[in-house]
Structure formats: structure tokens, C-alpha cells
Design a protein around this ligand. Structure first.
Ligand SMILES: O=P(O)(O)OC[C@H]1O[C@H](O[C@H]2O[C@H](CO)[C@@H](O)[C@H](O)[C@H]2O)[C@H](O)[C@@H](O)[C@@H]1O
Length: 298
């Protein structure tokens, strides 16, 4: 018996992520076991800090050349039960990833699109001017704060001025309380969103769709804003996978880095190809020409 088989026991051959023994301690979480495809899993993926490394500016993230193909191939293997669930606007995800035909929720769940060419459904109200105006004025009056307008939220990045976090957060909380909105305290960013804009609601909306029926949801994410989704998948019998250093979390597995996420996803596809009957393989992206998903673009 291989070593890892001693700590990881599959309860169900068709769903290799479900484990009888978690192999985790309260101080840390183990790596998730390999995802076996095909399976009755549904995979929900965060974007920044999960599929791409954090960069100094939102427009400067580097998307690995093989990533769009990897995501699409996994979606095919999962028969459409794969969705990106991001704090970014869908427009930004489309711009960064190109034409990837998978389901997506953007603006922390405020925007919902069941497949590439479908209409975008709003799941939240737009942010009122009574919030956007004072938040924008605060950013303008305080130097290097970067404002990101999204269809259903507004993000103010303070990476250039970390000392501005406290006053920015205080203003955002006051405005949110006065106007029935919510605040996301992300990685060097404070965002104000309207009710309905949360990743847990987005996951629940996907899970209501016929093609997700009866599947077990898994969410991979790095930020505290992903905790809503970890809780949602756990309540539905699934599991969360935290990316990055250990912290208090509702996830029950952990991958150390974006590179490890790419390796875990790539392995799932490679194993599926190896298991496929002769002649049926080849659903993986073209790694010979495109490089491994974990590689940076040239
Ligand atoms: O839910 P996600 O897909 O993880 O998106 C969360 C936010 O990501 C972006 O901001 C973060 O990444 C930037 C690029 O690495 C970084 O500069 C920034 O400090 C991070 O907060 C994005 O700009 C936001 O709109 C997303 O909400």
C-alpha cells in the first residue's frame, strides 16, 4: 500500500475527493488528493491568487499560456460542471483569459453567466451613486488609491498606500451600513457590494442548474472573500480548498500556491487521459506546444 493510501481513504470510487480520513490537523490542512475524472464533482475556481499570481496592479497579472485550455478541458471532462467565481468583472475575466467556454460569475457573484455566449444575469443591484461618489472622492483625495469600477461593486486598491486601509475600511463600512450594502476586505483592496454579491450565493445559483444537479461541489480559493463559498460548498456536502498560507478557514484542504493549483488541475486531466481507452485520450490542452499550465508566458 503506498504511503498516502494510509491517510487518504476514498469513500466512493466515482468521487475521489470524498475522503473518510482527512489527514488534517487543527494547525494545518493536507493537500487534497488527486481529482479523478470523470467524476460527479463540480469545480468552482477563484481567479486572482488561485489561477494567477497576485500582481501589483490588477491589469498586470500574468495568465499562463496553457491556463485557458486547461480550464476548458476540465470543464469538458466535468460535463460543464466547472465555473469561475471571481471578484473581478466578467469583462475583465474575458479580457484576461480570452474566449473560454465555461460558466462564470463575476463581481463577487453580482454577475452570472451560465456559458460563454449566454446573457449575463445580474444577481445583485448596481451600486448606488450615494456609495460610489464618496468612495471615489476619498480615493482621489488620497493619492495612490486605485479605483476599479465594476458593474455591481466598486473596489478601492490601497497596495500603494497600506496605511490607508483603516480609514478606507471605516468609510466603506459607514457607507455600506447607511445604504444596505456589504464590504469585502480583500487582499490590499476594500470593496463595497450590494446584497446578493457573494460567492456563496453564486455557487448556490450554479448548483441549482440542471447540469450541476446531484454533483458534489468543490471550491478553490485564496482570499477571505472566498470563505462564503467554502461555507456554501460545505453545506452542500462538498469541500473547500484553500490556496496559500494556513489561516482560519472553512476549507478543509490546502494547496500552497498558484503553481500547486495548476499542478493539481493538470494532473487530473493527465490521469483522465491515461485512464481513457486507446484512441479516446487527447482532451488535455496541447502541453507540447503550450507548455505546462504552471509556466509563465514568454
Ligand atoms: O475573487 P478573485 O478572482 O480572487 O478577485 C479578487 C480581486 O482580485 C483583483 O485584485 C487582487 O488582485 C490584483 C492583481 O493581482 C492585486 O493587485 C490586488 O491587490 C488584489 O486585491 C481584482 O482587481 C479585484 O477586482 C477582485 O475583486
Amino acid at each position: 500500500m503506498p504511503d498516502d493510501a494510509k491517510v487518504i481513504a476514498m469513500t466512493d470510487e466515482s468521487d475521489s475527493l470524498k475522503l473518510a480520513l482527512r489527514g488534517s490537523s487543527p494547525d494545518d490542512l493536507s493537500q487534497p488528493p488527486p481529482l479523478r475524472l470523470p467524476s460527479k464533482a463540480a469545480l468552482f475556481l477563484d481567479f486572482d491568487g488561485t489561477l494567477v499570481d497576485i500582481a501589483a496592479h490588477p491589469d498586470h497579472v500574468e495568465v499562463a499560456r496553457a491556463l485557458p485550455g486547461l480550464i476548458e478541458a476540465l470543464g469538458e471532462q466535468l460535463e460543464g460542471r466547472l465555473a469561475l467565481v471571481s471578484g473581478r468583472a466578467l469583462e475583465a475575466l474575458d479580457r484576461l483569459l480570452g474566449p473560454v467556454d465555461v460558466a462564470m460569475a463575476g463581481s463577487h457573484g453580482g454577475e452570472f453567466r451560465p456559458c460563454r455566449n449566454a446573457e449575463i444575469h445580474p444577481l445583485a443591484d448596481p451600486l448606488p451613486e450615494t456609495i460610489a461618489r464618496p468612495l471615489g472622492a476619498f480615493a482621489r483625495d488620497n493619492g495612490e488609491l486605485l479605483v476599479e469600477h465594476k458593474p455591481f461593486s466598486m473596489a478601492v486598491h490601497y497596495r500603494g498606500q497600506p496605511e490607508m486601509r483603516a480609514p478606507l475600511l471605516a468609510l466603506a463600512q459607514d457607507l455600506a451600513e447607511a445604504h444596505g450594502a456589504g464590504v469585502k476586505d480583500g487582499k490590499m483592496v476594500v470593496e463595497v457590494v450590494m446584497p446578493g454579491s457573494d460567492k456563496g450565493s453564486a455557487v448556490a445559483r450554479f448548483m441549482d442548474m440542471p447540469r450541476f444537479a446531484g454533483s458534489t461541489p468543490y471550491f478553490i480559493g485564496d482570499d477571505v472573500t472566498d470563505e462564503d463559498a467554502f461555507k456554501a460548498v460545505t453545506a452542500m456536502g462538498g469541500e473547500g480548498i484553500l490556496v496559500g498560507p494556513m489561516r482560519q478557514t472553512a476549507a478543509c484542504w490546502r494547496l500552497e500556491s498558484v503553481e500547486e493549483v495548476h499542478a493539481w488541475l493538470t494532473r487530473a486531466l493527465a490521469d483522465a487521459d491515461a485512464d481513457a481507452p486507446a484512441g479516446a485520450a487527447g482532451k488535455s490542452p496541447d502541453t507540447e506546444n503550450a507548455g505546462q499550465a504552471g509556466e509563465r508566458p514568454e
